[in-house]
Design a protein around this ligand. Sequence first.
Ligand code: BGC
Length: 386
Amino acid sequence: MRINRLVAATAGLGLALTLAACGGQGAGGVDDAPGGDSADADPSDQTIGVAMPTQTSERWIADGEAVKSQLEEKGYTVDLQFANDDIPTQSQQIDQMITQGVDLLIIASIDGTALSSQLESAAAKDIPVIAYDRLINGSDHVEFYVTFDNYNVGVQQATSLLVGLGFLEEDGTEAADAPTSPQNIEVFAGSPDDNNAGFFFDGAMETLAPYLEDGRIVVPSGQTDFDTVATLRWSQEAAQTRMEDLLTSTYSGGEELDGVLSPFDGISRGVITALQGAGHGPSLEEGLPIVSGQDAEIASVSLIDQGVQFATIFKDTRKLASQAVTAATSFLEGDEPEANDTETYDNGVKIVPSYLLESDIVYKENISELLIDSGYYTQEQVDTGQ
Ligand code: BGC
């Protein structure tokens, strides 16, 4: 699954330039797209299959609902399915969508390599496939990819950890009063079958590398290898267990733990539960280690507001849904969506033209600005965590 990691690292700078050049214009149409045989079809005659991985994480529920409602506003019929993080369920759901004759598929895969046969069937019926947030690997039949700049999400996760540890200011500049003694951290990565997990991990570890190299930051367990620190299916429970094991194996002699790199809010909450259970904190003010995150899930935003979790990364699912809908509309109108990145996402068979969005670091201080003023959450949701 880690086919694309080096490409991502080298493409980071070029990507920033490309994103700037494209200035956030949507994936507008370019003529003569493959799969666009329905150019004159009425949206009300067209059905779009939307396959989402799970409802156990709120971001995917929000993604599913946003894609569905935005497509319905354009007049399309939508078949939205969630797969309980179970690969056979997702394969079956997509098979069924194809059998029922959908005109286009939008897929957020569970395992990025497990859908080759579904994609073959879709191609045989000239059904365009848009990979949603997670790249589908090992297939020629992925027409387009909408996602965030995943390498940069990892950079932001590590940056938030460096801010929390006191090495950087929130604006990314060096802190004047950086710690003078080594800071101990542990690192967690996402699911090894999700292409994004490697991008997040590489972005984060390359950002931490100078600190690890000169000893300003230390990983006392020695566990820094992706396969060792990965968390299958992004499981909160698995993360909690691994954190508990690390506390027993490495910190039972009274060693300090200052921070934890976490790539997803569910993992962050598992880690925080383990830390609190072992007597850390319970809040940052009372010594809880700095924990990063991702997705700005309401439960975690509330913990950030209460001074428990330190930070998260906000990826506006409304914007991602909107890009998916723009791309879908282009295909269904016989055009090809416009990409803003045609270098980074090699799925092992081809480079998939992509549209990448930008993300933001959420700290306690900017919850209002990023999440409430934009209408993503209400103050009440932040207060109650629901
Ligand atoms: C997404 C993340 C999410 C993770 C777990 C990844 O593919 O990009 O936003 O945290 O899956 O659901």
